[in-house]
Design a protein around this ligand. Structure first.
Ligand code: SAH
Length: 242
């Protein structure tokens, strides 16, 4: 991992090429200064603005991935991980890959991720994001997930596509008994069809929407930020029981 420069008001700049100066709205930071700096050091731009130097972490790089399809926001990824208890032993299948936002995050914490994307243009974006994040445990396939997944015995199958109910049967074949089937959909009719089509092999657990409300904390001016809370999607959870 490389270096990252952070200003006092949390503007971040990733050092992609240490041999190049970085040009920002806060002035230019010279490559020479960046090379010399150790984590915790403060360096100044030619406009006199201070930047602290840190090592870049996964999340700094993750924030910079390319986006094609609409991604799953981090608040929703959090519920997927905790509800299914995903971790270093988990094998997960997802469709569609989209921009790879969910798949790459899961690859960071899981053992293996198998990711299916039908569109070649999105597949190429995800390929770039996987190599940008230096992940080697996500296997990306340019395939129609409706035709079935090549893997079996997965701990979780996660569906983020417009007609998840059409993939219940193929998901069942690839899930271990006890594994989770998770569907992410922006609209309630999609949730209704998905839950309605779950067969007796599954027990339905719940459907949730995560609403994250950010607060402004500025001396005694402490209150919810006034921007509207946007809608992302509903997460439905089921479990294969036979
Ligand atoms: N979860 C992703 C976003 C997925 S967007 C992320 O966080 O980045 C939905 C994706 O599903 C689109 O890229 C679409 O091309 C893909 N898709 C739709 N039907 C599919 C199918 N049958 N098989 C594989 N991918 C499919």
């Amino acid at each position: 991992m490389g270096k990252i420069l952070i200003t006092g008001n949390n503007k971040k700049f990733i050092v992609k090429d240490i041999d190049k100066d970085i040009h920002t709205n806060f002035g230019m930071i010279s490559s020479e200064d960046i090379k010399k700096a150790a984590p915790g050091d403060i360096i100044k731009s030619n406009k006199g603005i201070e930047f602290s130097v840190s090592e870049s972490l996964f999340i700094d790089m993750y924030a910079k991935i390319k986006r094609g399809a609409q991604i799953i926001p981090q608040k929703d990824i959090g519920l997927i991980i905790t509800e299914a208890g995903l971790g270093k032993d988990s094998v997960v299948i997802e469709a569609g890959a989209g921009s790879g936002a969910l798949g790459c995050f899961l690859a960071k914490i899981c053992k293996e991720v198998y990711s299916y994307e039908i569109r070649e243009d999105f597949y190429k974006i995800v390929q770039k994001n996987i190599s940008f994040l230096e992940l080697d445990n996500i296997i990306l396939k340019n395939k129609d997930a409706k035709l079935g997944f090549d893997e079996t015995n997965a701990d979780a199958v996660i569906l983020d596509l417009s007609d998840p109910w059409e993939l219940i049967d193929v998901s069942k074949k690839s899930l271990k008994v006890g594994g989770f089937l998770i569907s992410y959909s922006p609209t309630i009719p999609q949730v209704m069809d998905f839950v309605d089509k779950l067969d007796e092999s599954f027990v339905y657990i719940k459907t949730s929407e995560i609403i994250e409300r950010n607060w402004e904390v500025n001396k005694r001016k402490v209150r919810p930020k006034s921007q509207a809370i946007g809608h992302s999607g509903f997460l439905s959870f089921a479990r294969r029981i036979k």
